[in-house]
Design a protein around this ligand. Structure first.
Ligand code: SAM
Length: 224
């Protein structure tokens, strides 16, 4: 799985977030990779934490992951232009520049703030946080993108875990894999979560980079 990340600007778009409204809230980014979302939010005074299985590695090791994975990702993307849409970015060059900027911001912040618990090592389906520890919990470009690696029971457990650590809402994006098809077990997943007292809503977002990735899933406890 690629260690690949995006900026706050991109997150705000695919999660339909009003960044100013996050002030005073606590935010968790799950499967955060080398995204600069957390570092940029913290710079704006928002209480944000990121979690990823690779956190805990030395920053030099993460920089190597970035170098190798970014080269591979952009060569794969350029080889299959039919899988992408240029609405948010105008070109692959623009996307590459933005995502390399995200990784540089992340690497600088990680080196300075890993020891302050801004970056926490952990993996779904078990996160190292207390129940309702964060107001808003986000998970981007992980769960349904890698649907072939993870089965429905994993997705159910992962969604329950995201809700467990949230006080308010959980947002997951996208609902499609790189082929542009919606996650095949979405209906079953939502029915299982509903039986557990978790409501889910599919919300359109004004964003598309992977073809068809124009929605997010919002989860909430039915009874607060
Ligand atoms: C493609 S990156 C997404 C980064 C970021 N969320 C974004 O949208 O820019 C996927 C990340 O998922 C992480 N990952 C892999 N297995 C995981 C797991 N079981 N739980 C949480 N994160 C995981 C990887 O280390 C990788 O950094």
């Amino acid at each position: 799985m690629a260690f690949f990340g995006r900026t706050l600007e991109e997150y705000a778009q695919f999660f339909a977030l009003e960044v100013a409204a996050l002030k005073g809230k606590s935010v968790l980014d799950v499967a955060a990779g080398p995204a600069s979302f957390t570092s940029e939010l913290c710079k704006r005074g928002v209480d944000a934490v990121a979690v990823d299985p690779l956190y805990g590695c030395r920053s030099e090791a993460l920089e190597q992951h970035v170098q190798i994975d970014y080269r591979a990702m952009f060569s794969q993307m350029r080889a299959k232009p039919e899988l992408f849409r240029f609405r948010f970015f105008e070109s692959f060059d623009e996307a590459e520049e933005s995502r390399r900027t995200a990784a540089q911001r992340f690497l600088a912040d990680y080196a300075a703030h890993f020891v302050h618990n801004r970056y926490v090592g952990g993996a779904l389906p078990q996160l190292p946080f207390l129940d309702r520890a964060f107001d808003v919990v986000l998970c981007a470009h992980f769960l349904f993108v890698y649907a072939k690696q993870f089965d429905l029971p994993f997705h159910v457990e992962a969604c329950r875990e995201l809700v467990r650590v949230s006080r308010d809402d959980v947002r997951i994006h996208p609902l499609v894999g790189t082929g542009g098809r919606r996650y095949a077990h979405l209906k079953e997943l939502r029915a299982t979560l509903a039986a557990d007292g978790i409501t889910s809503e599919i919300v359109k977002v004004d964003y598309e980079v992977f073809a068809g990735a124009t929605e997010m899933l919002v989860l909430r406890r039915a009874v607060a």
